[in-house]
Design a protein around this ligand. Structure first.
Ligand SMILES: CC(C)(COP(=O)(O)OP(=O)(O)OC[C@H]1O[C@@H](n2cnc3c(N)ncnc32)[C@H](O)[C@@H]1OP(=O)(O)O)[C@@H](O)C(=O)NCCC(=O)NCCS
Length: 176
């Protein structure tokens, strides 16, 4: 995966130490954490620093590529691609609540999806969302993902298993 991806309004780049404060502020939000599997809540500045360091080693090891999503105000969220042992690659993202509903998640995920498809093959790309996350379902459907089934996923913030709808890029998107 390339280090930097540019879109019309966004620059996606590796996380930097200097992102920690904005990251901690935007991530420390129940409306964000409750929809993600792995984000703790509350979310502290120390957690942000630890996680930023971890993303660098995971990127180097090819396990996961996390991009900071930035606009002209700076860091606004993340979008990443996680590699699984079965050869699939899973797209995930979150955007800070003040920036919702401006098309940023769609724009960032499109860039990561295009890059991932070129690098790993579109047929390997999967995603999913908790059953009640209609906004994310909308983002993924617009990108060409279709529902494949469901599973239960642990949610760290809620400390409970959530029903998760699983998705995969549709065949005609793969062909395109
Ligand atoms: C889901 C999330 C990433 C969307 O980010 P965003 O930048 O607002 O997304 P976009 O603006 O690109 O698109 C949102 C779409 O959902 C729609 N939407 C928003 N709220 C909705 C709701 N409650 N029900 C149905 N659709 C909804 C919007 O209208 C838009 O669709 P449109 O382009 O057809 O109008 C953001 O809400 C978020 O970070 N949530 C918390 C973390 C999370 O859920 N991450 C994804 C985990 S799978």
């Amino acid at each position: 995966m390339r280090e930097e991806l540019k879109t019309e309004r966004l620059l996606l780049r590796p996380l930097e130490k200097a992102d920690a404060e904005r990251l901690a502020r935007l991530a420390n939000n129940w409306n964000v954490a409750r929809m993600l599997s792995r984000m703790p809540h509350p979310y502290t500045l120390d957690m942000a620093h630890d996680w930023i360091a971890r993303t660098a080693s995971e990127r180097a090891g090819g396990e996961e590529f996390v991009y900071a999503v930035t606009n002209d105000e700076g860091f606004i969220g993340t979008c990443g691609l996680q590699s699984h042992a079965d050869g699939t690659h899973e797209i995930g993202y979150w955007i800070g609540e003040p920036y919702w509903n401006r098309g940023y998640a769609s724009e960032a995920a499109r860039a990561v999806l295009d890059e991932a498809a070129a690098r790993f093959g579109a047929e390997t790309i999967i995603s999913g969302h908790f059953w009640e996350n209609h906004a994310s379902g909308r983002v993924l459907t617009k990108l060409g993902f279709r529902y494949t089934g469901e599973e239960h996923r642990w949610c760290v913030a809620r400390q409970e298993k959530m029903r998760c709808l699983t998705m995969r890029l549709a065949r005609r998107e793969v062909a395109a």
